[in-house]
Design a binder for this molecule. Structure first.
Ligand code: 173
Length: 323
């Protein structure tokens, strides 16, 4: 039988512990990815979620709902803005209707680590705070250039008469080469190819095997252009309500994810090999046409951003463009 004194001291200990327990209450936030679960552009984020959940017992847990089946790719930015989800893995091209500046991150010619040092990320975060009600947490894909993949051969940088699947990433560049463009989410690329709705698509060097597109791809145009970007965004209202410990945990694991971007060099090399093994032929232009091609990519890309955001475009170009 428990003595009264023991019971009382237990109660006192419990009540003393109470305020501390309340302050450190575990928070659960909802997450989605704008790319299908388990595919290349979701992986770094999914590892981040696992690490946060392992380290965050009693502090913060992330309930990862999944990919575009939960929220369509082009609606993820808005879901973060409004707080339908608190955190997301998404690329700027998927929320240009909220803020055209989002698509500028593909034009980075310095690394995310360098962008932290030169104040670019701070500047980016301010724009994202104001325009998307989002905290720009970290970049989790970089260093994987985009390419044009085709079912028909071309011999110069000319896409006249070809229908090409795009997102805002490629629109200005491909249209400048005369393409007829068709915008789709990643999840619709396979069926667009299969039904012959498109003769090709824009996509980074990595990830075409995830959804079987290699089966429908005959050519890849080299070299690549731009710098595929996927980042973690947090709803700003939720971010501001978090405790220091919750924010510190997210920031620490997000920076760890960003530091892993160096490993993408190996993925690039692996996918180049795999594409060749799958019979995908490369199309290369002569030196002059190659220079014209890459210059046109960046010229049309920055023009698109600066036209839509005269306020922030030029400064973004200074901060993340070529030095
Ligand atoms: O869907 C896309 O082609 C796209 O815009 C994108 C952006 C970043 C990574 C992969 C694809």
């Amino acid at each position: 039988m428990m003595g009264m004194r023991v019971m009382l001291s237990g109660l006192i200990a419990a009540s003393l512990a109470l305020p501390a327990v309340a302050a450190a209450q575990e928070l659960t936030i909802k997450a989605v990815s704008a790319f299908p679960e388990g595919t290349f552009n979701s992986k770094n984020f999914e590892s981040f979620v696992q690490r946060v959940n392992a380290a965050g017992k009693g502090v913060l847990q992330i309930n990862y709902i999944g990919g575009p089946k939960a929220i369509p790719s082009f609606e993820v930015g808005n879901a973060v803005r409004t707080g339908v989800v608190e955190i997301a893995n998404v690329t700027g091209a998927f929320y240009t209707t909220i803020m055209p500046e989002a698509d500028a991150l593909k034009l980075a010619q310095i690394t995310a680590a360098e962008q932290r040092k030169n104040g670019a990320i701070e500047y980016i975060n301010k724009i994202w705070n104001e325009k998307a009600n989002a905290y720009y947490l970290a970049r989790v894909v970089e260093g994987t250039p985009f390419h044009i993949y085709l079912t028909k051969k071309i011999d110069k940088p000319d896409l006249k008469g070809l229908k090409i699947r795009i997102t805002p990433v490629y629109r200005d560049f491909f249209q400048a080469m005369g393409a007829t463009v068709v915008q789709t989410a990643p999840g619709e690329v396979y069926s667009a190819l299969e039904r012959g709705v498109v003769d090709g698509y824009g996509w980074p060097i990595t990830g075409i095997f995830d959804l079987g597109w290699h089966e429908k791809t005959k050519f890849r145009v080299d070299p690549g252009f731009y710098n595929a970007e996927v980042s973690i965004l947090v709803n700003l209202t939720a971010w501001n309500k978090m405790t220091d410990a919750q924010r510190a945990l997210l920031q620490k694991e997000a920076l760890a994810a960003e530091a892993m971007n160096v490993n993408y060099a190996q993925d690039v090399a692996d996918d180049i090999r795999k594409q060749a093994a799958a019979g995908i032929q490369t199309i290369k232009f002569d030196a002059a046409a190659t220079k014209q091609y890459v210059d046109m990519a960046y010229d049309t890309g920055w023009k698109g951003i600066i036209d839509k955001s005269p306020e922030h475009g030029p400064r973004l170009r200074q901060l993340i463009g070529k030095k």
